[in-house]
Design a protein around this ligand. Structure first.
Ligand SMILES: [Mn+2]
Length: 572
């Protein structure tokens, strides 16, 4: 019964009424807060009203002040500055943010984004040479990379170039010998900043730079860094860092700026993505970030950079159009490989496997990661998708639940040329003739961690409520207080029992929509993705786990439930 194993989040039962007494909110909101362990009055107030004044002083992050001073010196001395970024949305937005701030303050600055296939990830000695051959400089600032760029940084130093590293990736035990290193992850005492995306760390540097300049009267108060929060929201949501603490403050503000579409490139992108009005974090995840990423996946991230720095709407529109074409082609390629991969696993005995390993000849390297994510999610198993290019297989690994995929890979590292990544996602390169061996030992690594062959997917919900708790206590009016939702700040999910389907109609053939009514006669519209009308046949009374949301349709907003799963009432 039901697609998922329903798990109720764990909190003391008295918490709901305690919270309701403390702040007078609806029961549904209290359940949401209780489930996220936001229990105390002052914590709740901060959560409801995150403000920019709650952001840390940028100078409190080690390296920011020293780096700021160095950048101002470079500006005064008319030195050339090179920003070395990355090709994904986080890396591109971090580059655009810092580039814009430095340029506005008179810096002679250029930016290099490595090419995903020609240069590979991070700042290598080769990609740095390439960057320097395009534009000489005496100061390099890395964003969203650099923390393990030992070779490149020593070669820069040997050439008399100072390097400022700003990064959020996990550092090794030794740090590169750079002029300044800004990375919250090298300071255990800054654990609250370790959630920042690359663009978040770049923002700290930009903020520090402006603060330093104002302190020394190098610059006036004109530059409004708040207008750059659109970039912060874009990169932070795209990089899947948790939307709590400073990230939540930045994204809440950033979504407002995104909605205003001040930046010509954003306006152009929204035009093609058909986004108007309030931009939600889900618009970033499903519409904006895939487009920004498409440039780096299929061609060159420089295109996305050019779009976002463009000050002219007409040329931005042309750039957005080109990006949109790349995104369409990315979707087609992805669908094609996904279907081939599905065919591949048809021939495997999936019921007896805890993992998925699939491969194909010359599958596009820019999309195998997305395909791996989709397969891991759909089949609820750690998944690696390989593209065989000549004698080498390049793999993209994705995990599910709490399975640490990097650990699983490290147990098999003798098979690889190179590998790296984090708990949920990693990349591999290895000799193609070792694929069978890999499949077997990857499965063995999973056997040590997952006891049942078919992982039964779990779905966590916040607590049980009645329909009336959503409809009569101002829940939908206060929804904005708990937004934005995303990774680390999940949508509210409630269990609502004993509902009857009152109206039912198909939505795009494979989905369903209609109306639900409870035993007290309360009713609400619903949408159920990937449940066709037939799935509701033979069910009289059902329990659901669902997310309440405002459905925007032709400028009308109406409350609805998005149903994640359902089962016949009375069955637990
Ligand atoms: Mn990043």
């Amino acid at each position: 019964m039901g697609k998922y194993l329903w798990i109720k989040s764990d909190f003391p039962p008295g918490k709901i009424s305690e919270i309701m007494a403390e702040i007078s909110c609806s029961k549904a909101i209290a359940v949401y807060l209780a489930a996220r362990k936001i229990w105390k009055k002052d914590e709740i107030e901060k959560y409801f009203n995150p403000s920019l004044s709650m952001l840390d002083d940028p100078f409190s992050l080690p390296g920011v002040e020293k780096a700021s001073e160095r950048i101002w010196k470079a500006i005064r001395n008319k030195e050339r500055i090179l920003i070395f970024g990355d090709y994904d949305t986080d890396g591109v937005t971090a580059s655009v943010l810092l580039y814009g701030v430095l340029q506005a303050h008179g810096a002679s600055v250029s930016c290099f984004l490595p090419h995903r296939f020609d240069d590979g990830y991070g700042m290598t000695a080769e990609s740095l040479d390439k960057a320097l051959s395009l534009s000489l400089c005496s100061l390099i600032i890395t964003v969203d990379c650099g923390i393990s760029a030992f070779d490149a940084i020593s070669s820069a130093s040997a050439n008399g170039i100072d390097v400022i590293i700003s990064d959020h990736h996990e550092p090794g035990t030794v740090l590169p010998d750079a002029y300044a290193v800004i990375n919250p992850k090298i300071h255990p005492e800054y654990s609250h900043l370790q959630i920042l995306a690359g663009v978040g760390v770049a923002f700290k540097l930009a903020h520090g730079f402006i603060k330093f300049g104002r302190g020394k009267s190098f610059c006036a108060d004109e530059y409004d860094l708040r207008e750059d929060f659109d970039l912060l929201a874009l990169g932070t949501v795209a990089d899947m860092v948790p939307l709590i603490g400073e990230n939540r403050i930045m994204v809440r503000k950033g979504l407002k700026i995104l909605s205003e579409q001040l930046r010509p490139g954003i306006r152009a992108l929204c035009e093609f993505a058909d986004i108007g009005g309030d931009v939600k974090s889900s618009d970033i995840t499903f519409s904006l970030s895939p487009r920004v990423n498409a440039a780096g996946r299929l061609e060159n991230a420089k295109l996305a950079f050019d779009l976002l720095v463009d000050k002219n709407y007409d040329s931005a529109l042309k750039c957005a159009e080109a990006i949109n074409v790349l995104n369409l082609s990315r979707q087609k390629t992805e669908e094609n490989i996904f279907n081939q991969a599905l065919k591949e696993i048809d021939n495997q005995n999936l019921a007896e496997c805890r993992t998925i390993t699939v491969y194909g000849e010359n599958w596009h390297l820019g999309v195998i990661g997305i395909v791996a994510s989709r397969m891991a999610k759909e089949f609820c198993r750690p998944t690696v998708v390989f593209s065989i290019q000549g004698e080498t297989a390049f793999g993209s690994a994705r995990s599910v639940g709490k399975v640490n995929i990097l650990e699983m890979l490290s147990e098999n590292s003798v098979l690889f040329h190179r590998y790296g990544g984090h708990m949920m996602a990693a990349g591999i390169s290895m000799s193609a003739n070792k694929l069978c061996e890999f499949r077997k030992s990857f499965e063995d690594s999973a056997a040590k961690r997952l006891n049942n062959a078919v992982g039964s997917p779990e779905f966590e919900f916040d607590g049980e409520i009645f329909l009336g708790d959503l409809l009569h206590d101002g829940f939908f009016e206060s929804l904005h207080l708990i937004e934005p939702f995303g990774y680390g700040n999940a949508n509210p999910v409630y269990r609502i029992n004993r509902l009857r389907v009152e109206k039912l109609m198909p939505a795009a053939r494979i989905h369903s929509r209609g109306t639900l009514i409870d035993e007290r006669g309360e009713n609400i519209s619903f949408i159920a993705f990937n449940f066709d009308n037939d799935s509701f046949r033979n069910i009289r009374l059902m329990d659901v786990i669902a997310t309440p949301q405002m459905n925007k349709f032709r400028s009308e907003n109406s409350p609805q439930l998005q149903i994640h799963d359902f089962k016949t009432s009375g069955h637990n």
